[in-house]
Design a protein around this ligand. Structure first.
Ligand SMILES: C[S@@+](CC[C@H](N)C(=O)[O-])C[C@H]1O[C@@H](n2cnc3c(N)ncnc32)[C@H](O)[C@@H]1O
Length: 210
């Protein structure tokens, strides 16, 4: 289990990258949070790029972000959000709460944790029955792109990008943890012909059965 995330290079890189996201990704972020209500847990919030998109029907967001440089940027983003957001320094593996959440938000984070199956099972336990996991994650491709992703994951990609793995079967992991997936689809954030390992995203709602 990871206790901390301490990555000064990635923190600097992600702070720059997340301030220049393509509109295609911002649109998916907005969609991923649309219609949320109540108490929400956001996993690995980074610089708080999602914060501006929370609907006002959300009463509280607890945003876990263990990389302290990113957490500092996220706390600044929280100050201008429309909803009340606190940034918690725990890893998701360590995070616990006495009350269950109405929703959990994961974006671009299940690629970065060491054991996604364990993390998704933990998220299941943090949700109330009927609660939703909202996910926006880049996922494993097939054919030549899948091969490129495997090479990237075995070489430079996780080292450069804060333990990011591009060839993960995240949708299967979510179903395997016991969630019922509704309204899921895939979308390209960058054109399919560009040799970027993290281009194809899955967006969906997964419900903890009641
Ligand atoms: C690629 S960034 C994405 C940030 C944000 N979710 C977003 O959509 O912009 C991955 C984030 O996951 C965080 N992270 C990595 N391992 C984690 C863990 N075990 N628990 C919680 N967050 C983690 C990193 O610190 C980083 O902020």
């Amino acid at each position: 289990m990871s206790d901390t995330v301490d990555n000064p290079f990635f923190a600097r890189l992600w702070t720059a990258m997340s301030s220049r996201e393509p509109e295609s990704l911002r649109r998916l972020r907005r969609e991923n949070l649309a219609g949320l209500t109540g108490r929400v847990l956001e996993v690995g919030a980074g610089t708080g790029t999602n914060f501006e998109f929370y609907p006002t029907a959300v009463t509280e967001v607890v945003a876990v972000e263990p990389e302290h440089r990113l957490a500092t940027v996220a706390r600044r983003a929280a100050e201008t959000a429309r909803v009340h957001i606190t940034v918690d320094p725990d890893t998701v593996e360590k995070f616990a709460d006495t009350a269950q959440f109405d929703a959990v938000v994961c974006s671009l984070v299940l690629c970065s944790v060491d054991d996604p199956e364990q993390v998704v099972r933990h998220l299941f336990s943090l949700l109330r029955p009927g609660g939703q996991l909202r996910y926006l994650e880049h996922v494993a491709g097939i054919g030549a792109r899948g091969g490129l992703q495997k090479v990237a994951d075995a070489t430079i990609w996780p080292r450069l990008l804060g333990n990011c793995h591009s060839h993960r079967h995240t949708e299967q992991t979510i179903v395997g943890a016991g969630f019922h997936v509704t309204g899921a689809r895939r979308e390209w954030v960058f054109p399919p012909w560009l040799p970027v390992p993290a281009s194809e995203f899955a967006i969906g709602v997964a419900v903890r059965p009641g």
